[in-house]
Ligand binder design. Structure first.
Ligand code: TRP
Length: 468
């Protein structure tokens, strides 16, 4: 008898674990700075449209692939495609992408941990100007020893969680940490809104200036939709493989997407209200929250406490995401190669540590090692978020829409969400019965996966390279 696969203790446990994966540095570090660089509200709208039209349908598709196969990303594609070599390669690409993302993700996560201790020590008391804070940040990030030590500690903490398995590790810590994250973030946002002059930040977030939109900006917004939902490389396939057959995929997916989007917007509010009320520049780049925010905290009564909480929040968000990336690699070696979980976690984590070293040095020793004006760290970020994830997402949509097909996909989605799929979408929205059966929620989802999402992703790729 094959051993029964481990599964989530409850639907709520899954939602928090998957939201833990989705809510990460993407929401709190990356979203504000790329929104700041690419024009604010107009960028955010393109991102929200990508989430709705592409993110949600693909999120559901990944859950189906995982739950149906009960396997890691490589095993899942192999099993559901009857060992097609092409789809196996797509699975391996997912493992590769996990290493690429972790190589720089662990670095920023390490900075957060480092800044958490700086905040406790009261270092922000010295940051009377953004210049002082930026100088300090450049000093720290060019200090290879400082970065690598924090990177190492952060990886050790993710190992600790993944080591204990799905229910006793990932689910347990997500249930503990996600509520703490929510409370800290909402308090920071309320505090931000209460500042004098905070409305300029809200205007920046919610009033679109369409002039800032072009092909490159659309690709960044689409790529971010994938990144922030942990889509396009098999993290949700892996988490879906621990999802029980009698639970509802549709509503769970909607919950996770809602939480992730909500948290990104609240983080945007917390950050831009304070940045604008102090008159700082929103387009500061990757250093935004490390340069500008500590200066903001410096000027605030109680700033050391808020600063400490903020970097704690960032660390928690990063941890529950990094573990999902590590789990993608772990489950592959455990399922396919039959290695012991503990051994795999240690080796995989050590390899992610090594591949992270060039990113760690990108702000110091390897600063001048540039390619198209991007350092190694930027290249890893660009390659994963703007190429591998949307590309992987395109393939997932094609797999469900064209290879796995309508009948099998519906069958797989149905278990646990009976009634929901047949429900008419207008009925669901306005509560009135409309006879058109074709417009059921299930059918609309499928049209999005089969046609809308792949076409939109392809168009965005073409537009970003200037073909259209
Ligand atoms: N979603 C996380 C964030 O926003 C990052 C992340 C975790 C991720 N797992 C992933 C991104 C899988 C892509 C794929 O920070």
């Amino acid at each position: 008898m094959e051993k029964q696969r481990e599964n989530w203790g409850s639907k709520f446990g899954f939602i928090l674990a998957a939201a833990g994966s989705a809510v990460g540095l993407g929401n709190i570090w990356k979203f504000p700075y790329i929104a700041g660089e690419n024009g604010g509200a107009a960028f955010i709208l393109v991102y929200l449209i990508s989430i709705l039209m592409i993110g949600i349908p693909i999120f559901i598709s990944e859950l189906i692939i995982g739950r149906k196969s009960q396997l890691n990303v490589v095993g899942a594609y192999k099993k559901l495609s009857n060992n097609s070599p092409f789809w196996s390669i797509v699975g391996y690409m997912g493992i590769f992408t996990a290493f690429v993302i972790l190589s720089y993700y662990n670095i920023v996560a390490g900075w957060s941990l480092g800044y958490f201790f700086e905040a406790i020590k009261g270092t922000f008391n010295e940051f009377t100007t953004v210049e002082l804070a930026s100088n300090y940040f450049s000093n720290q990030t060019s200090n290879t020893f400082w970065i690598i030590s924090w990177q190492f500690l952060f990886i050790a903490l993710s190992v600790y969680v993944v080591f204990s398995g799905v229910r006793k590790g990932i689910e347990k810590y997500s249930k503990l940490l996600m509520p703490i994250l929510l409370v800290i973030l909402i308090s920071l946002a309320v505090w931000g809104i209460s500042l004098k002059g905070s409305s300029a930040g809200l205007t920046f977030l919610f009033k679109p200036d369409w002039g800032s939109i072009n092909g490159r900006v659309i690709l960044i917004a689409l790529g971010h939709a994938f990144f922030t939902l942990s889509l396009g490389m098999g993290a949700i396939i892996t988490y879906g493989s621990y999802f029980r057959k009698d639970e509802n995929i549709l509503t769970s997916a909607l919950w996770v997407v809602f939480l992730d989007t909500f948290i990104a917007i609240v983080a945007g509010i917390a950050i831009f209200t304070s940045v604008f009320s102090m008159g700082f520049n929103p387009a500061e780049g990757p250093g935004l929250i490390f340069n500008v925010l500590p200066t903001v905290f410096n000027k605030m009564p109680g700033g050391n406490i808020f600063g400490t909480l903020f970097f704690l929040l960032l660390f928690i968000a990063a941890l529950t995401s990094a573990i999902s990336l590590l789990e993608v690699i772990t489950s592959y070696f455990v399922d396919q190669k039959k290695h012991s979980r503990h051994w795999v976690v240690l080796v995989a984590a050590f390899v992610t540590f090594l591949v992270g070293i060039p990113s760690a040095m990108s702000f110091g020793l390897l600063k001048d090692f540039q390619f198209f004006q991007k350092n190694f760290f930027d290249i890893m970020d660009f390659l994963s978020a703007n190429i591998l994830l949307p590309g992987g997402g395109l393939l997932i949509a094609i797999f469900i829409g064209w290879k796995f097909g309508y009948r099998k996909s519906m069958g797989a989605l149905e278990s646990g969400s009976e009634g929901w799929l047949q429900a008419n979408i207008f009925f669901a929205i306005v509560g009135k019965k409309v006879p058109a059966k074709k417009l059921s929620i299930g059918n609309i989802w499928f049209v999005f996966v089969k046609y809308v999402a792949p076409i939109l992703i392809a168009l965005v790729f073409l537009k970003s390279i200037g073909v259209i």
